[in-house]
Design a protein around this ligand. Structure first.
Ligand code: IMP
Ligand code: MG
Length: 334
């Protein structure tokens, strides 16, 4: 095997947990040779701050900002026009992209027909980026793969050749996930889900054996957010406050995110199913400003704590197999 190891980032909630920030921090801390986006399309939005500049990517992995080969994996769907726009935006922000950005040959493409169809959605509350129809056609065996699109030719890469057959190199991979456990096609709250695999299983579908996995980083916020058609936010005014203080508006669509207390029961399930050994809780600063410490336990009961420390102690007890928990309120990294 020519893979040294692969770290995987999974979102333990409904997306928007701050994966981009963690990917950025891990790129600085490790000597990765590849960053691979393993699922989804440009329905995602990953925001990072690089040299003081805000950069939002939707399809291209954040590794490119660090000069690391960045690949849109075989588990993804790609909108070619959007891809070229995003490449241009990165270049305009001063990011070197030449020779660094690739698309897996067997990734599928999002067509204008997919987009037109998704724009009609009024049941799921999709991002209207054509994801569902593109994945449907992939599985119906009538999709178009990236390797068959002439304008994408300069960016096409064969993941098997790249990761297993390149001489003199042991690949060190970071898998960057999109969306999250609650939106996963199999484990999420169906049908209010996305159309791809957001779990660690989705990462290894990109041509990497399970033995290569080193760390599985689970990313969460200290409260929940969700964007889509179902009702998620309780009527209490405090959730409006969390939305304003936390600036909980979609990076892709600008839609307000519905807010709720941390759902520790579902988070534990996501930790177990993904084999998560490291967890990051983001936005601790927002909860400090709110000044209330609450969560739902695995019986769905609300629990309240007198202090941040008391709630942290409970979370540690509930996640005994997790080796490391990082409590983060730093927008730039851990
Ligand atoms: P789709 O992935 O555009 O089909 O949308 C399906 C559901 O997933 C909707 O509820 C979207 O709001 C949600 N969703 C898709 N991508 C993201 C994301 O990156 N962050 C948060 N929610 C997302
Ligand atoms: Mg996001």
């Amino acid at each position: 095997m020519s893979i040294a190891y692969a770290d995987v980032i999974v979102d333990l909630q409904q997306g928007d947990s701050g994966k981009g920030k963690i990917a950025n921090a891990l790129c600085k801390m490790n000597d990765y040779t590849h960053v691979i986006r393993y699922n989804g399309g440009n329905n995602a939005g990953h925001t990072i701050y690089h040299n003081g500049k805000k950069i939002v990517t939707h399809a291209i992995p954040i590794g490119v900002v660090h000069g690391i080969k960045s690949i849109i994996g075989s588990g993804c769907v790609v909108n070619a026009e959007h891809f070229f726009n995003e490449l241009r935006e990165l270049q305009n922000a001063g990011v070197q992209t030449a020779g660094l950005v690739f698309i897996a040959a067997n990734a599928h493409v999002i067509t204008d027909e997919h987009l037109a169809e998704d724009r009609q959605d009024n049941v799921i509350g999709t991002t209207k980026r054509g994801n569902g129809p593109a994945y449907r056609d992939k599985y119906a065996r009538k999709g178009i793969r990236a390797m068959d699109v002439p304008q994408l030719q300069p960016f096409i890469i064969d993941l098997y050749e790249e990761l297993h057959r390149s001489p003199n190199r042991m690949a060190r991979i970071l898998f960057e996930g999109a969306q999250g456990f609650g939106l996963d096609i199999d484990w999420g709250n169906y049908p209010y889900v996305t159309s791809s695999h957001c779990t660690v299983g989705g990462a290894i579908l990109n041509g990497v054996p399970p033995q290569a996995i080193r760390d599985v980083w689970g990313v969460a916020k200290i409260y929940e957010t969700y964007v889509g058609a179902k009702s998620f936010e309780p009527p209490d005014a405090i959730f409006k406050k969390i939305r304003e203080l936390g600036n909980e508006y979609g990076a892709t669509t600008g839609r307000p995110r519905q807010c709720n207390w941390l759902d520790l029961g579902t988070l534990k399930k996501a930790v177990d199913i993904n084999g998560v050994n490291k967890v990051v809780f983001n936005k601790m600063d927002i909860m400090s400003q709110i000044g209330e410490w609450r969560l739902y336990d695995d019986q769905g009961q609300t629990r309240s704590y007198d202090s941040e420390d008391a709630m942290k102690r409970y979370i540690y007890e509930e996640l005994p197999n997790v080796k490391q928990i990082v409590w983060s309120d730093n927008p730039n990294g851990f």
